[in-house]
Design a protein around this ligand. Structure first.
Ligand SMILES: NC(=O)c1ccc[n+]([C@@H]2O[C@H](COP(=O)([O-])OP(=O)(O)OC[C@H]3O[C@@H](n4cnc5c(N)ncnc54)[C@H](OP(=O)(O)O)[C@@H]3O)[C@@H](O)[C@H]2O)c1
Length: 346
């Protein structure tokens, strides 16, 4: 599998990452899946065989069970992989069991290390923006974790562009560890990050890890216009993020189907293949409830659609430029760099 540098860091990660939100099945995560250790081992085996080296989890996934199961499934292979987890979500009833205070970040990290059964986390990500904690406090705590050897790289997830730019500026000004990547929601039915977050990443040299590339299963091929929805899926329980314009989504799925047939591939693979080629994207986090789904998704990196096919999908999934982007495009067209023009600028 293709290896890509994670932003401007020297770390190389596989073009596909394995996401383990389906491990555990506890609490509100029951609808995502309930993969237990034995099955998780097979998932890890399949990923390693396919060349995946990056594994993503979070403390909140099944209230810690996803981390525990991933740690057990990796076992002695832990040092062969790049392990990414996240902190921010509520992990207890106390007033400080949530967010990005120094208190919570450091304890959350120590708890994740214990559950993952490791003494270092390769990529430690803040899971969202904490409007109540000064960024200096969060970045200072993350910096200490790196210096103590518990964490090797830091990243963020679900930040607005101004949050991220402010954090990068603070890191530079105060000589603190800098985010190397952001983890973002991106798919053919959700391209909002192309307005700001992708150009920011290209400009600042941040890696992009994509979550929910199949829009929580909507783009997996089992949802088709005019056909009854399959039952027992995450989507049928409306466990999907954001809101999707379904009619537009079905138009996109029809094009994906035509492209998939041309390549003897599946609709899910075609949807993942498009995300893999977007400007700025480092790695696409695939999720799977079953081994069959995982095998299908891992094949997405083994073929490439043509330029013309990419263009057809770009066109049909395009979103109207909002202000100030239409103004910038109209008045600066001749000065917009090609990489940005290729998809990051709208
Ligand atoms: N940073 C964040 O805030 C954040 C948020 C969400 C996720 N993530 C990360 O991103 C990873 C992936 O997210 P995601 O699970 O939402 O990704 P996704 O690819 O959008 O959805 C995965 C789900 O789609 C269905 N599916 C996947 N492949 C399929 C196939 N080949 N055929 C049929 N159905 C298929 C399965 O659900 P059903 O069987 O139920 O249909 C599967 O659990 C997570 O594991 C996690 O690591 C991060």
């Amino acid at each position: 599998m293709e290896m890509r540098f994670l932003g401007h860091s020297g770390l190389r990660v596989s073009a596909l990452t394995f996401g383990t939100m389906t491990f555990g099945g506890e609490g509100q995560f029951r609808q995502m899946g309930s993969v237990q250790v034995e099955e998780a081992r097979r998932h890890v085996d399949l990923c390693l065989e396919a060349g995946v080296n990056l594994f993503d989890t979070a403390d909140v996934y099944s209230h810690g069970a996803s981390e525990e199961i991933l740690g057990q499934a990796l076992g002695r292979r832990r040092d062969e992989v790049i392990l990414a987890t996240k902190a921010h979500g509520r992990m207890g009833d106390g007033p400080n069991d949530v967010g990005q205070s120094r208190h919570h970040i450091i304890r959350a990290c120590e708890d994740s290390l214990r559950r993952l059964d490791t003494d270092y986390i390769d990529l430690y990500q803040v899971h969202g923006f904490d409007a109540m904690t000064p960024l200096e406090e969060t970045l200072g705590a993350l910096d200490d974790l790196v210096r103590s050897g518990k964490v090797r790289y830091i990243g963020c997830s679900n930040y607005s562009a101004w949050h991220l730019m402010k954090a990068l500026g603070l890191s530079e000004r105060k000589g603190l560890e800098r985010f190397v990547s952001q983890q973002v929601y991106y798919s053919l039915v959700a391209r909002e990050l192309e307005y700001e977050l992708v150009p920011l990443s290209l400009d600042q040299g941040l890696g992009i890890l994509v979550w929910s590339p199949l829009a929580a299963g909507f783009l997996s091929g089992k949802f088709r216009r005019g056909r009854p929805e399959p039952e027992g899926t995450r989507r049928s329980q409306r466990g999907d993020p954001g809101t999707i314009d379904e009619e537009r989504g079905y138009d996109i799925i029809e094009v994906l189907d035509e492209i998939a047939q041309e390549h003897e591939a599946t609709i899910a693979q075609a949807a993942l293949n498009w995300v893999l080629r977007r400007p700025g994207v480092t790695s696409v986090i695939v999720g799977a409830r079953t081994e069959e789904q995982l095998r299908d998704n891992l094949e997405a990196a083994s073929w490439e659609m043509t330029e013309e096919e990419v263009w057809r999908l770009d066109e049909i999934s395009d979103t109207p430029p909002i202000y100030p982007y239409w103004h910038q495009r109209r008045f600066n067209a001749e000065r917009i760099p090609q990489t940005i023009e290729a998809g990051a600028h709208r």
